[in-house]
Design a protein around this ligand. Structure first.
Ligand code: SF4
Ligand code: SF4
Length: 374
């Protein structure tokens, strides 16, 4: 079962019945940690959905709110010993009325993004001269900010994809998710490689129910290109890194990112406590549940600030916003504390790090060594 597969009713039932009610999902749920309300963790949500299905519970605003109190971080799923596909169940079972459907329609989502686009009104949209079958999956936020993907000095062609559809799926709009995923798969089908720089888009697309399973192998996150690269920074900087939940969900763990960070000469990497804890943003969760989002983001901010780093890095636009917001609040209220700058990891590498390209002499030496081993 994929992370974002649309579940059928019998699968929902099977998953709920798989829950042994052990409660291990409770300790990892960022929402439960703040509310201490059983009805907000995965077990509680599953029980409420089961009660609704059996007719023991009648749908009311409290239940709707309990089901909505979810960051889609996937931590419950990763930690469930019974393998319950919690997130898929929650996505499918979000109950939307007609107004809810309208508020979570493509029209309203694009309207919100258009407001964001005003910030980059004067920026030029990047142009690419060469035709390429290596495409950049430009997320909705990157599109509005007219961001371009550049890795080791190479700019990648924008694939003109639609939204990955997570903003819709997480609100129960499986219909929009289906349309967008089919559309995007057609573009992936004609590409050799698709590169992502947004953890949420990567995790969502990677788990599409592909018609052609080979298309999944074409998807890469940009950090893959940096795995065996030698960098050096002209400036001596201390950095820390926040791992987005969706990066962890797609199989990229903190150690993989740390290997890249530790390989940058002249950079000191300091691991923050609970580097993979949620930042509290969760798409538009912070608008719907600002108090809980605020409490979660402040916990993250404390862990960031405690490292005494100059810069905090991450790899997801919404995590960037959340960190920027919490750093801003701390800057106002904690005058004597060093507040790190917030940056995207790839932007940081492009701005601060030079890439050491092997000299011809070294390449020849490597080739000779290889020959001697044959
Ligand atoms: S960890 Fe899994 S099995 Fe245990 S209560 Fe949570 S959902 Fe149920
Ligand atoms: S996805 Fe995250 S926020 Fe939602 S119930 Fe699971 S652990 Fe809690």
């Amino acid at each position: 079962m994929n992370y974002t597969t649309i579940m059928q009713d019998d699968e929902i039932k099977q998953n709920i019945l798989k829950c042994s009610r052990c409660g291990l999902c409770q300790g990892v749920c960022p929402v439960y940690k703040e509310t201490k309300n059983e009805k907000n963790n995965a077990r509680g949500k599953l029980m409420q959905i089961w009660g609704l299905k059996k007719g023991d519970l009648a749908l009311n605003s409290k239940i709707l709110n309990n089901l909505d109190l979810c960051l889609n971080c996937g931590k419950c799923k990763l930690n469930c010993p019974s393998g319950v596909h919690t997130v898929e169940v929650f996505c499918k079972e979000k109950q939307l009325n007609t107004l809810g459907k309208f508020l979570n329609s493509a029209f309203i989502f694009n309207l919100k993004l258009s407001i964001l686009g005003l910030f980059s009104f004067f920026k030029k949209t990047p142009k690419y001269k060469k035709e390429s079958r290596i495409l950049y999956f430009e997320g909705c936020i990157a599109k509005k900010l007219k961001k371009k993907l550049e890795i080791k000095g190479i700019k990648f062609k924008n694939g003109n994809f639609k939204c990955c559809a997570m903003p819709y799926l997480s609100k129960g709009r499986a219909d929009v998710y289906k349309d967008f995923s089919y559309y995007n798969e057609k573009i992936i089908e004609n590409a050799d490689l698709v590169i992502f720089d947004c953890a949420t888009c990567y995790s969502t697309v990677k788990n599409y129910s592909f018609k052609n399973p080979k298309n999944k192998d074409k998807l890469v996150f940009y950090t893959d290109f940096y795995k065996s690269t030698e960098f050096y920074s002209q400036k001596s900087i201390t950095i820390t890194y926040h791992l987005p939940c969706h990066l962890k969900n797609s199989g990229i763990n903190i150690e993989e990112i740390e290997n890249i960070l530790n390989s940058i000469k002249n950079i000191k990497y300091k691991k923050m406590q609970n580097a993979d804890d949620c930042c509290g943003f969760g798409g538009d969760f912070f608008i719907r549940h600002p108090k809980i989002a605020y409490l979660i983001s402040m916990k993250k901010a404390c862990n960031v600030i405690n490292t005494n780093a100059d810069i905090v890095l991450t790899s997801c636009p919404t995590c960037l916003w959340s960190l920027a917001f919490s750093m801003f609040i701390n800057k106002i209220f904690r005058k004597n504390v060093k507040i790190p700058k917030v940056m995207d990891l790839n932007d940081f590498i492009n701005r601060y790090c030079n890439i050491r390209i092997k000299q011809e002499k070294e390449i020849n030496q490597d080739a000779n060594m290889c020959k001697s081993l044959v």
